[in-house]
Write a protein that binds this ligand. Structure first.
Ligand SMILES: [Zn+2]
Length: 424
């Protein structure tokens, strides 16, 4: 295990009028304003609990010109991702998702021992280890040295770098042009979106494929998933905006799938427009047509979100306050980034939520950013027997309710906050 980072994040946001990071038009429309919030992964250690904490605006805007929903960059990614507390292998369902993806990709794209698979933001090797097990060469690119070290320990060759044109140029010079580039849950995290996507086109083998998994804006809106908005997520994609961004950099979207992961994601399949040989599939036409029918090709189609978010906040607070008035004790389960957006926006502190628990030993003994709710090991629930357990990673609610089924013995209730307050 590594020690928590102590350096101050560098603020790079300015007071000047922000402009769209994709098309450079001025950003003047609000998508949703969640107020001031600390970085959602900046867990507070016990010896820092009385220290000053940095809060930044969590104000998502939408570009009136290209419709990209985005947050201004207040914190450089080097301050966020150089040492990262998230180890993908701690989630059983995410590891299973990765294995299923690898099996599909090997068959679908005919990958062999002569192919090369590269993953951008390869984390602790949770995905590429399945590629290597099948005898196919793989290379991870991961900016956080601590998680990259975990991947190396699994035998996954990993370079510690941020991805973009410069990294692509370096790999091409080494003669490493992948047949498959995997970019799962990373395209939202890059402030220089154009540099990142341009790197794919430079690097990809002539008839190679890049698959990109990214949270789906249309699902975020439909299910009130405002807690997936945080400073580390610089942009939020519909299929239409993703297609537009890829096309600008010479990449053609030839297939798309809707996935259930992270509350609703898109898996985008792209190839070089100039040398790719796959026809554009029916699913691309269907999904873009559906988005147009729902109004996602217009600014107005995105602007009713704030009202839904306020309603979610009010109903969660009503539930928690009613329970506390009856003398009940409420504990949280999980300390995910999305929980921190939710708790800070709703103003939930230890008066409403006694503590939360998390399986990740890196987080245990620390405090949630902003709200300073303590993080304890999962065993605390058995000792403490809370009346309600608020499941913060609601996207894993079935898995977690299963793991915690023992708590039903003392009558504990499992509660999820999103899309609306619900007792499972
Ligand atoms: Zn724009």
């Amino acid at each position: 295990m590594t020690t928590p980072r102590t350096e101050s994040p560098t603020s790079v946001g300015g007071a000047a009028q922000a402009s769209c990071r994709f098309c450079a038009a001025p950003l003047s429309h609000t998508f949703v304003d969640l107020g001031m919030s600390p970085l959602c992964e900046s867990y507070v250690s016990a010896d820092h609990v009385n220290a000053v904490e940095a809060f930044y605006p969590l104000h998502a805007k939408i570009c009136g010109s290209c419709l990209l929903v985005q947050l201004e960059e207040f914190v450089a990614p080097e301050a966020i991702f150089s040492e990262y507390a998230y180890f993908s292998s701690y989630s059983d369902s995410w590891v299973a998702h990765a294995r299923a993806y690898v099996d599909m990709a090997i068959e679908h794209f005919g990958l062999t021992k002569d192919s090369l698979v590269m993953e951008i933001a390869s984390n602790d090797g949770y995905l590429l280890r399945h590629v290597i097990e099948r005898g196919i060469p793989a290379l991870g690119v991961e900016p956080a040295a601590n998680v990259a070290a975990a991947a190396q320990a699994l035998g996954v060759d990993t370079i510690v770098r941020f991805f973009g044109r410069e990294c692509a140029r370096y790999l091409v010079a080494e003669g490493r042009r992948p047949d498959l580039i995997v970019a799962n849950n990373v395209m939202a995290h890059v402030p220089d979106l154009n540099d990142f996507v341009a790197g794919f086109e430079m690097l990809l083998a002539d008839n190679g494929v890049v698959t990109i998994e990214v949270a789906y804006l249309v699902r975020l809106i439909a299910a009130n998933q405002f807690d997936t908005i945080y400073h580390e997520h610089f942009q939020y994609f519909s299929c239409l905006t993703a297609q537009r961004v890829l096309a600008k950099h010479g990449l053609e979207l030839f297939d798309v799938e809707e996935l259930k992961s992270h509350g609703g994601s898109l898996r985008l399949y792209a190839q070089r427009k100039s040398t790719g040989r796959r026809p554009v599939g029916e699913r691309v036409h269907e999904l873009t047509a559906r988005e147009r029918a729902l109004g996602y090709d217009t600014l107005e189609g995105h602007l009713a979100f704030t009202t839904q978010v306020e309603e979610t906040k009010w109903s969660l607070l009503e539930f928690l306050i009613a329970e506390r008035r009856e003398g009940k004790h409420i504990a949280g389960y999980g300390a995910p980034g999305k929980g921190n957006t939710l708790l800070n926006y709703c103003g939930i502190r230890t008066d409403l939520l006694d503590y939360t628990v998390d399986r990740n030993p890196y987080k245990q003994g620390q405090f949630l950013p902003g709200t300073h709710i303590p993080i304890r090991p999962p065993e605390a629930l058995e000792q403490d027997r809370p009346d309600d357990i608020l499941i913060l990673p609601w996207n894993l609610k079935e898995e977690i309710a299963d793991q915690l089924s023992f708590a039903r013995d003392w009558g504990a209730r499992f509660v999820v906050p999103i899309p609306r307050v619900e007792v499972l």
